[in-house]
Design a protein around this ligand. Structure first.
Ligand SMILES: NC(=O)c1ccc[n+]([C@@H]2O[C@H](COP(=O)([O-])OP(=O)(O)OC[C@H]3O[C@@H](n4cnc5c(N)ncnc54)[C@H](OP(=O)(O)O)[C@@H]3O)[C@@H](O)[C@H]2O)c1
Length: 254
């Protein structure tokens, strides 16, 4: 059981990378954190690691593309905690970074299953629990590469890519653009509930997804997701915020 004053969070894809760092930072703030992971041994290893740091971290098996595992995870959180205060939709994937002409439809479909449809599945499954929170927060881990505005202009306000250069990756970029649209749509439905829904670009973070070519550590990449997961009740909804080294992050165009 969880004390009624303890805030409760669920992070998907929390067994490694940015997700594990977000879980660690939310746990360090005193939250009870459910670590969603699709693989039992990887999830349990993350749970052991965070519990050894004194955090209340609880592995829950959750494959965002498997509705029954998502439903079971939501049921367990309901039984143990009775509500959810923070949902971080972090689990994400992408195929080899290929341009549209060299990308199969199957690859696009697989990436959308996780990055877009998985977010809808998880969000809808736990929304009844979030509605019981006095201050629910949903954070969708997107990417600068999902911005239509910057892609069309081939500009990067974070300075990672030089002017005129913007990666052309069909499955990943379009899935994150769709995730941004999903973010705005939920934010608008939930405007009167107190649940704030925002998207983040964590920066270029060294993780398995980019073969550790990123320039930030996962702990640094977790900073903006955690900031949006802990917004005050007067905080924004339907925004897209990137790590840029400043205290509040950089508000991105969609
Ligand atoms: N790294 C960056 O520079 C960067 C930049 C912008 C956005 N992002 C976004 O940040 C998020 C986290 O990525 P990361 O960089 O931390 O990469 P990562 O280390 O590869 O972590 C991805 C996580 O997602 C999980 N996952 C993938 N498919 C899943 C599924 N169907 N169900 C449940 N979990 C699943 C993975 O689990 P397994 O271990 O089982 O595979 C892993 O825990 C992603 O949404 C990514 O698009 C990353």
């Amino acid at each position: 059981m969880t004390s009624s004053s303890t805030r409760v969070a669920l992070v998907t894809g929390a067994n490694k990378g940015i997700g594990r760092a977000v879980a660690r930072q939310l746990g360090a703030l005193g939250m009870c954190v459910y670590l969603g992971a699709r693989n039992e041994s990887r999830g349990q290893a993350a749970e052991r690691e965070l519990c050894a740091e004194g955090l209340d971290a609880r592995f829950v098996r959750l494959d965002v593309t498997d509705e029954s595992s998502v439903a079971l995870a939501a049921k367990r959180i309901d039984e143990e905690a009775g509500r959810l205060d923070v949902l971080v939709n972090n689990a994400g994937t992408g195929g080899p970074p290929t341009p549209p002409s060299q990308t199969s439809t199957d690859q696009v479909r697989r990436t959308f299953e996780t990055n877009v449809f998985g977010v809808v599945t998880v969000t809808n499954a736990v929304l009844p629990l979030l509605r019981r929170s006095p201050s629910g927060r949903i954070v969708n881990v997107s990417s600068l590469l999902g911005s239509l505005a910057y892609a069309a202009e081939r500009t990067d306000p974070t300075g990672l890519f030089p002017p005129g250069v913007f990666p052309v990756v069909l499955d990943y970029n379009t899935s994150k653009a769709a995730l941004n649209a999903v973010t705005i749509t939920y934010a608008n439905e939930l405007r009167d509930t107190g649940i704030l829904v925002n998207a983040v670009s964590p920066g270029f973070v060294a993780t398995d997804i980019n073969e550790h070519r990123g320039i930030l550590t996962p702990e640094q990449g977790a900073r903006i997701p955690v900031l949006l997961a802990t917004l005050g009740d007067d905080g924004p909804t339907a925004t897209f915020v990137s790590e840029d080294g400043t205290a509040t992050g950089l508000r991105l165009a969609w």
